[in-house]
Unconditional design. Sequence first.
Length: 256
Amino acid sequence: MPIKIVTDSSCDLMSALAHSKGVSVVPVHIGIGSHTYRDGLDLTPPELLAKLADPRLGGTITTAHPTPQDFLEAYQALPAECQILSIHPSSSLSGSYNAALQARKLLPQGEERVWVVDSGSVSIGLALFVLEACEMIVASPHLKVAEILPRLEELRPRLRLLFTASNLRSLARGGRVSQAASRISSMLSVNYVFKYDGQKSIVAIAQTFDLDSALDIIVQRLQADDLLTPIKRLYIGYTHNFHTSCRPSEAEEPSD
């Protein structure tokens, strides 16, 4: 049986890359005022970033994970003879995983066809999880999902997500950081460095007053983490001036 991969748009995979890998990406819902948009379909990343930067709109923007019906439709669109590997952001931060479990129950023979996986990560970390599965399928076309799952379980504790942000307004609105931290960041122009490694919360590990220092800290943390030696794959994602979005791109394998 061929294997098809499903995820949601919070993985931040470039659409061209997802398409080339045969990955079905279910859009996250974005609410702006009284309107709801599908991430990447009705609203592009640059358009969303521009709206976030607009003081008239930024405070009204909300997001919601795909519904069970969204995932069910994605599963139904795939060939009936395929196995489905459905990979999702950490269940401690998103309801996507649980929505996919519900969708599996609604799909005829869903328990036999669909495997739902919690990546334990978000954004680029989720993208790495998805691409690892893609590479295994390409390397061994006759592979079964049951043979992929142990590798993903092995990969999960090795995923590290480190990031910095020029302001914390969006994180604070989503309850990911405190309003106090957001205000301090704005008043003092502080760049916080955060990590997420599958736990229930995003943790600030350092603070600096310029972006270059924040990036240096990220590199130092990567170098000091024994679990990441050697680093198999490093992804870097960034946004630029809130107008142009650069989705994750595969970096060269780090040299010694």
